[in-house]
Ligand binder design. Structure first.
Ligand SMILES: [Zn+2]
Length: 155
């Protein structure tokens, strides 16, 4: 800020050699809204500042406490809303994770069921085949009589 630097060059009493002041607005209740120039590197080592405005009027001071109160309340409300949002996000993530697990379980169950069905199908086929072989054996043994026993050689 060039105007600040100009101001600094003409003023005396600045304790540090940073040679930089910035214009700020006081938020303290006593001097609420009052403009001032202050060292940019404001610290316990350099507390240089100079008021630009006159004292805050009594009405301004009365308003300041109200503004502070309201500001504090809004800040708390914002924090609470943020907490709620974070909680909601966490719950959503948890629900999504649970859904994923349930889906995986359902897929596993489906696969197990398919395997079981395949097994049943294979057993049925084997059962049918064995009865067919038995049937064929009976037919052959009926046609060829007693010799059927001797001639038929199953694998
Ligand atoms: Zn300074």
């Amino acid at each position: 800020m060039s105007s600040a630097t100009t101001y600094e060059s003409t003023s005396s009493g600045h304790m540090c050699d940073m040679d930089r002041c910035v214009e700020r607005t006081s938020l303290s209740i006593r001097n609420f809204g009052r403009r001032f120039y202050g060292c940019q590197h404001w610290s316990p080592a350099c507390k240089f500042f100079k008021w630009l405005d006159k004292n805050t009027c009594p009405c301004g001071r009365a308003t300041a406490s109200l503004v502070h109160e309201r500001f504090t309340r809004y800040k708390a409300e914002v924090a609470a809303a943020r907490n709620e949002r974070e909680e909601a996000h966490a719950m959503e993530a948890e629900a999504r994770e649970r859904e994923k697990i349930a889906k995986r379980k359902a897929e596993k169950t489906k696969l197990t069921l398919r395997i079981a069905k395949d097994k049943v199908y294979r057993y049925r086929l084997a059962f049918l085949l064995s009865w067919t072989v038995v049937g064929v054996y009976f037919v052959f043994s009926t046609i060829f009589g007693g010799h059927g026993h001797m001639q038929l050689c199953l694998p």
